[in-house]
Design a protein around this ligand. Sequence first.
Ligand code: TRP
Length: 349
Amino acid sequence: MPNEGSYEAALRRSNEIQADLPLHPEKYTMLTGDRPTGRLHLGHYFGTLVERVRLQDMGIRTNVIIADYQVITDRDTTEHIADNVYNMVIDYLACGIDPAKTMIFTHSAVPALNQLMLPFLSLVTESELERNPTVKAEQEASGHALTGLLLTYPVHQACDILFCKGNIVPVGRDQLPHIEQTRQIARRFNERYAKVFPSVDGLLTSTPLIPGLDGRKMSKSYGNAISISMTDAETAKLIKKSKTDSERNITFDPENRPGVSALLTTAGICTGRDPKEIADEIGMGGAGQLKRYVTEAVNGYFAPIRERRQELVKDMDYIVDVLHDGNARANAIANKTLDEVRAAMGMVY
Ligand code: TRP
């Protein structure tokens, strides 16, 4: 197929799969995950958690990796890692991920998954790794030296996806180069040895990107992110101190009024309303009124999720059980795949 790796081709396949998902859910295995570097925020929620729950409830096999090893791709510390991991499980469950349907597990608890690194590394070249635009961008953003772990990032993501024979990965457009590398690794392995791995596609989501409160990319390190786990008061405080501008009349203009527009987008996504309509309604009410509206919209939307969170926090034994159960299931799958890999390579003694 000409130009199979292009964005257009990826988009076309993604659309075909989106249409097929409800018809043939049994054909699909999803794998995605998060790095436990802090609390999940509204960007994660609207950008991917909602989609995971949707796929889970369609009857697709859904797998979520808490990528603890990825924390050290561009940091020197694993401080707070256990706390971050447990809180991530709590956030998942509060948001509707059902551990009876979705396998939740940690990277570091699945040795056979990580062992795929060795054969997979033999299937990529140094220049392919160095060309990966996402790796470059992440390294630059971190201000940290390029570690071997970050350089090989697309390869360990391939291990994460392929150990459970994942064939769909919900991604943003910027993550497509990773998916392409995973496709290549699977194809090269299958050609060189025997067919073990599926063909993988990115599932491009149409959800609009929700900006941070200042209009920049939402990120904990910018202090512009509302966490799912915040209290109503913490949410109100963060919104209150967000930067707007000196023009009283509220209008939706992301280019020239990033702060005001980010607030309108946030309110819009939480209420299901058009941000422009909210702007018209507030008009000369100014930033104060806008902020009160956004606070109510966010706290209203997240009230049931935060209530569930409160309940879950009371039973940490259950949270630990969920993770141990997911890890046990992931190990069983990884061991089976690694056996197939060894058999395909003739390494059975
Ligand atoms: N890199 C993803 C993140 O930063 C988490 C992740 C780890 C992942 N392995 C993956 C996502 C495999 C998709 C597929 O949040």
